[in-house]
Design a protein. Structure first.
Length: 171
């Protein structure tokens, strides 16, 4: 995977200037620039994470599913739970699990309490792949090595406030 194009200027700062020029100072230009910056950082991090996970035959989405399974009490979760926790459509969750099954990282087992549903169960190979990607992400400091510890804490607190305000969790 190639590196993202490095632009000769900050496009979000420029968009903010143009926003203010068109709609004025009271036009929520700061909110637009902040929201757009969060989305751009997400894109940059996801690009980097996919490249790191790709070294181990995974995408970041599949890695996230393996982490969910590894963190679960029994190493298994219902398909619906995986979709909810990853915040993806049930079809996407099914696709992710099917790919992990094909790689031997997950097994699908019937839910004895509900024959219409199944559990995804992480395998030893899945745990090994998850650990390998985790080591690479840690070595890369999750793409955030430019921040100091206090900046991490500040940014996490600010983003947590946005998530709480959006109803992501009960504070």
């Amino acid at each position: 995977m190639s590196e993202p194009l490095r632009l000769p200027f900050d496009p979000i700062a420029r968009a903010r200037e143009l926003w203010v020029a068109r709609w004025g100072e009271g036009s929520h230009a700061a909110s637009m620039a902040t929201a757009t910056s969060v989305m751009r950082v997400q894109q940059l991090l996801l690009h980097r994470f996919d490249a790191l996970a790709g070294r181990h035959g995974l995408t970041f989405a599949r890695y996230e599913a393996l982490v969910l399974l590894a963190f679960s009490r029994e190493g298994r979760l219902a398909m619906s739970t995986i979709g909810e926790r990853l915040m993806v459509h049930p079809t996407s969750a099914t696709n992710i699990v099917q790919r992990l099954v094909a790689q031997g990282f997950v097994e699908r087992v019937p839910n004895p309490a509900d024959r219409r549903s199944a559990f995804a169960v992480i395998t030893d190979a899945g745990r090994a792949a998850m650990e390998a990607v985790t080591a690479d992400l840690e070595e890369a400091d999750f793409g955030l090595a430019v921040l100091e510890e206090r900046e991490h804490d500040l940014l996490f607190g600010l983003l947590r406030s946005v998530r709480a305000g959006a109803g992501d969790f009960t504070p």
